[in-house]
Each structure stands twice: as structure tokens, then as C-alpha cells.
Design a protein around this ligand. Structure first.
Ligand code: COA
Ligand code: MG
Length: 297
């Protein structure tokens, strides 16, 4: 399943949990971290586990859980509390390096055994850029990473706090400052290098759906697949931006056709433009993505 939209739902909010299930988001991320206050942690764990158990059919919408980071005392109790509900995966925040992801994988192996779940069935999506150290350790993902890791996103808000910044934007343009663009680029290139899904960062201005759409299309052009959402209205915009449009699919088909009509040629012309192997690969990616999304609709 290609997960285009990942909607965060605070794990202690009955109203929002109820709303999440009817939302078109491909996955919900039931949150036990920053959207839950410490005095509600225990309640949230119970509510998230009950919610997972109440929704065992995940064919239309997967259910993931964001636990607290591994350097807190909350993360293991979070995990132990939710694994009886067999979440599709765990979102791991504030990692320092690939070691954290591999440690999480070991915990999951133990808890899957305890719960009688299929070994390896619980996946991991890490938030790869929320600590200062994380920007300097991306190479560790190339040294052996658990198969459970299937997606990677980045974050600019916690990173700003970690870097001692008072703002993460360039006031003149409103764009992210350099270090956040570096974080974004490292996330994208590392995710592609280890063949996991690079997921676009949350768009915090949740009332601005046009701005969200523009950013989704920009993310997609860069190579990201899907985006994190924080508000129910964002999921539909994200889904459509990450679904190849009919014209795009038709163009990709023409690219494939022109290569098939010219066997043995590595370079061909179409509409006055040169096409070579990267364009063919890109066209095949578009068709594969369109077919997969159609199959899961
Ligand atoms: N998931 C499910 N339902 C949500 C939701 C979410 N993330 N965010 C809002 N809703 C619901 C609201 O409860 C409301 O429904 P109701 O009228 O039946 O109660 C409806 O959608 C409209 O919400 P709205 O009034 O537009 O927003 P809000 O002011 O209530 O909430 C936020 C704004 C940002 C607080 C809220 O969207 C939110 O909690 N987002 C998730 C935050 C989070 O998890 N952050 C951590 C990751 S960065
Ligand atoms: Mg908290």
C-alpha cells in the first residue's frame, strides 16, 4: 500500500479519534508524544490500545502509533501498552542515528513474540531530523538498517529547538533556512539510498490548503512520496497531490511507447525534447505509482 497521507491524531482525544476513522487519510498516526500532556499519558495509552483493537481491518486505512523518543522513560511503557492492539507500525521521533531505529526493531521483536504477532510485522517510520546529532549521522543508515524501517520523514520544529534557533524561516522569503533545507535533502537522499519512502514534512499552517497543495507538488517533484497531516482537511489535498494526474499518466505512457517503437535506441525525441534512460525510468515510476494507487482505492 502506498501511504500518501499520514494524519496525526492526539491519542487522548475521543472526538479526534472518532473523526480520524472517517477521514480519507491512508494512515492515522495515533500520537502518544507531543500532543499528549504528561498527566494524560496513561489515559492516552489505554485509549490508543482500545482504538487499535476496535479497528482490526486496516485495508483502507493503516493505524500507526507515535511513541515517545527512546531517550525518555516513556517510550518502552508506550510500546508495551499499544502492542496488544497490533499497530501497523511505530513512528519513532527524535532519533540520534540508525542505532535508535535498530534498537526499536529489537524491542518490537520481543513484544511481537509476547503478543503472538507475526515476527517482523510491525513497521517503523522514523522522524529523522529532530536532534542536532541526527544531521551528522545519516551515514549510519547505510551501515545496516532493520527491514522494519519503511518510511522516513524530517522535522523542522523540534530541530529548531535543538539548534537553539528562535525561528526556522527566512523572514524575507518565508522559506525554511539553510539548515532545515539541508535536513530535508539529507532525509530524501538517505531514504532513497536505503529504499524507504521519503515522506514530506508537516505543513503547520493548516488553514492554508492552497499553500499545502503547492508544497505537496514541490515535495513530489523533489522525490518525496506523501506527507504528514495534522488536520483532517489536509488529507484530501495530500492524496490528490500525490496521485499522478491523468495527463501525467498519459504522457508517461507516450514516453514508454516511443522507446518501445524504437528498440535499441537509448535516446529518442518526443515533442521536440530529448528523452533518455532517466526519463524512461521516471515514466515507469509514474505508471507503477498510478496503478498501485488505483488498486488500493
Ligand atoms: N484528527 C482528527 N480530528 C481532528 C484533528 C485531527 N488531527 N484535528 C481537528 N480535528 C477535528 C476537531 O475535533 C473538529 O471536530 P469536532 O468539531 O467534531 O470536534 C474538526 O476536526 C475541526 O477542527 P478545527 O476546529 O478546524 O481544528 P481545532 O482548532 O479543533 O484543532 C489542532 C487544531 C491543530 C489543535 C488539531 O488539528 C490537532 O490536534 N492536530 C493534531 C496535532 C498533533 O497531533 N500534533 C503532533 C504532530 S506534529
Ligand atoms: Mg508529552
Amino acid at each position: 500500500m502506498i501511504i500518501r497521507s499520514w494524519l496525526f491524531v492526539p491519542g487522548d482525544s475521543e472526538r479526534k479519534l472518532a473523526k480520524g476513522r472517517d477521514n480519507p487519510a491512508d494512515a492515522l498516526i495515533l500520537d502518544l508524544e507531543d500532543s499528549v500532556s504528561d498527566d494524560r499519558q496513561e489515559i492516552a495509552r489505554g485509549m490508543v490500545c482500545d482504538y487499535l483493537k476496535a479497528h482490526p481491518d486496516r485495508s483502507r486505512q493503516q493505524l500507526w502509533v507515535r511513541v515517545n523518543p527512546l531517550d525518555t522513560e516513556l517510550s518502552l511503557p508506550d510500546l508495551a501498552a499499544v502492542m496488544p492492539g497490533a499497530p501497523d507500525g511505530i513512528v519513532l521521533p527524535k532519533v540520534y542515528s540508525a542505532d535508535d531505529v535498530n534498537t526499536m526493531a529489537n524491542y518490537l521483536s520481543a513484544l511481537e513474540a509476547r503478543e503472538g504477532l507475526t515476527p517482523g510485522s510491525t513497521r517503523i517510520h522514523c522522524v529523522a531530523t529532530e536532534t542536532a546529532a541526527s544531521l551528522l549521522t545519516f551515514h549510519t543508515y547505510l551501515d545496516g538498517i532493520t527491514d522494519r524501517l519503511v518510511a522516513m520523514t524530517w522535522g523542522g520544529e523540534d530541530l529548531a529547538a535543538a539548534l537553539g534557533a528562535t525561528d526556522n524561516r527566512n523572514p524575507a522569503t518565508g522559506d525554511y533556512d539553510d539548515v532545515y533545507l539541508m535536513a530535508k535533502s539529507l532525509c530524501l537522499s538517505t531514504a532513497r539510498a536505503i529504499e524507504v519512502q521519503p515522506v514530506g514534512v508537516v505543513y503547520v499552517d493548516f488553514r492554508d490548503l492552497d499553500g499545502l497543495q503547492t508544497e505537496c507538488l514541490r515535495d513530489r517533484r523533489a522525490g518525496f512520496i506523501g506527507k504528514i497531516a495534522i488536520h483532517p482537511a489536509q488529507a484530501e489535498v495530500i492524496n490528490s497531490a500525490f496521485t499522478p494526474a491523468a495527463e501525467e499518466v498519459a504522457h508517461a505512457q507516450r514516453v514508454i511507447d516511443v522507446f518501445e517503437q524504437n528498440p535499441g535506441l537509448g535516446t529518442v525525441g518526443l515533442d521536440g525534447k530529448m528523452l533518455d534512460m532517466p526519463h524512461l525510468k521516471q515514466a515507469r515510476n509514474v505508471l507503477a505509482m498510478a496503478a498501485q494507487i488505483k488498486a488500493q482505492a
